[in-house]
Design a protein around this ligand. Structure first.
Ligand code: ADP
Ligand code: MG
Length: 258
């Protein structure tokens, strides 16, 4: 089976915080197996776009579709909200998010952190969830840390635990928001390796990243956001190898010089 149907489709999305227009008509599609990287300067709207995808943020105009199913809105403009709580839960649990700051529960062991949402939110069988939690922790290379608490782990290990926690939801896609930017350079690499393995597995992912090398290595599609609009997009080869917009050229030379 070679299913390349869309998992996430964003069409003409507009989002403002009060008077501040942050997304000004953005279109993005992630098909099954796609790795879409979102790049752009700080403040360009990358995190907001990612958070709109899994309905952590409301948006005022445009469509969001999950596996072809449009979000059912109630109201319009600044009064627009998702109207179907079950649909919101389905979308949110299927688009598992990995944050820059890991967001693990400090009072729970690593295993408990990974098991928490599948058991309490999805109501899955505890023994089965434990077995898959251990498997995912093994996969990200910290199978020996099940009984440790987050504070006993390095940043790189905590982020890998957060990735295992996302995987344990058995989501349709993973959304990463700058997953390596809180880490020291040597710890960044261990997280990048895990993300590369997930890409090679054919996982559907949208990744906000400042790491142009990783984006170049794993992306099937790269999107450059500038002031809430897509300034340029294309294959990693084209976006990094022969950028056409002056803004993208400037952004790339600034990040490569850094
Ligand atoms: P990026 O992730 O590309 O750095 P963000 O999506 O975080 O950008 O932010 C885009 C713009 O939206 C910025 O100007 C930021 O200050 C603003 N913004 C983000 N979140 C909020 C919020 N909750 N309330 C008001 N403004 C916000
Ligand atoms: Mg951000």
């Amino acid at each position: 089976m070679n299913d390349t149907s869309p998992v996430i489709e964003i069409k003409n999305l507009h989002k403002a915080f009060g008077e501040l227009e942050v997304l000004k008509g953005v279109d993005i599609t992630a098909r099954r197996g796609d790795v879409v990287s979102l790049i752009g300067s700080s403040g360009s709207g990358k995190s907001t776009l990612l958070r709109c995808c899994n309905l952590l943020e409301d948006s005022q105009q445009g469509e969001i579709l999950f596996k072809g199913e449009p979000v059912a809105w109630k109201g319009t403009g600044s009064h627009r909200h998702p109207g179907d709580a079950k649909q919101v839960l389905r979308i949110r649990t299927n688009l598992a998010m990995v944050f820059q700051q890991f967001n693990l529960w400090a009072h729970m062991t690593i295993l408990q952190n990974v098991m928490e949402a599948p058991v309490t939110v999805l109501g899955r069988d505890k023994a089965e969830v434990e077995a898959s939690a251990r498997r995912y922790l093994e996969q990200v290379g910290i199978g020996d840390k099940c009984d440790a608490y987050p504070a006993q782990l390095s940043g790189g290990q905590q982020q890998r635990a957060a990735i295992a926690r996302a995987l344990c939801m058995e989501p349709e896609a993973l959304l990463f928001d700058e997953p390596t930017s809180a880490l020291d350079p040597e710890l960044e690499q261990e997280v990048i390796r895990v993300i590369k393995d997930l890409a090679a597995e054919g996982r559907t992912m949208i990744i906000v990243t400042h790491d142009m090398k990783m984006a170049a290595d794993i992306s099937s599609h790269v999107v450059f956001l500038h002031h809430g609009k897509i300034e340029e997009e294309g294959s990693a080869k084209d976006v990094f190898g022969s950028p056409s917009s002056e803004r993208l050229k400037g952004f790339l030379s600034a990040t490569q010089a850094a």
